[in-house]
Design a protein around this ligand. Sequence first.
Ligand code: BTN
Length: 167
Amino acid sequence: MLMAPILGALGRVPAPFLLVILLLRLSPGSPRPLDIEGTQAPQKCVLAGVWVNDLGSRMSISGPDAKGAFSGSYLTAVSASSQNPIQASVITGLQHPATAAGGQPTFGFTVHWTFSDSTTVFVGQCFVGADGQETLETSWLLREKVPSHAEDWKATRVGQNTFLRVK
Ligand code: BTN
């Protein structure tokens, strides 16, 4: 068991040092706490991974880099344009740091649909439940290409999606 020697050693450390160590562990940006097996728990609300929304659409995200930029692919379960079969499409996005005070960062991403002339932008926030479940609450605008300026009025749809992490 890893914990017994650690607890024994901690008993010999003066209390003020223990307090400093505890505060360093809790401060934003510090290394993540060790879980029960002594391994590092995955950072919550870093968007990298696989997510599925309430429509059954699936997105896979890589990154983010040091500036919060991420990329990925989006496989929608539904389409507004019936001409072409659905294909996985490219995601480009930016998220605020998950390590900033309180975590639960906001983010935005664009889906450039490869099987239609449309574009969707999503904005959202990641929330962590008491059970550790990460949920992305998003709102989106879907812009369709219309053949004439006169049809611009009907080109944009708006909606919301909730995503849960599956990987
Ligand atoms: C198109 O129909 O031309 C592209 C696919 C659009 C799919 C939309 S984007 C917003 C909503 N959320 C999804 O997961 N799919 C639909």
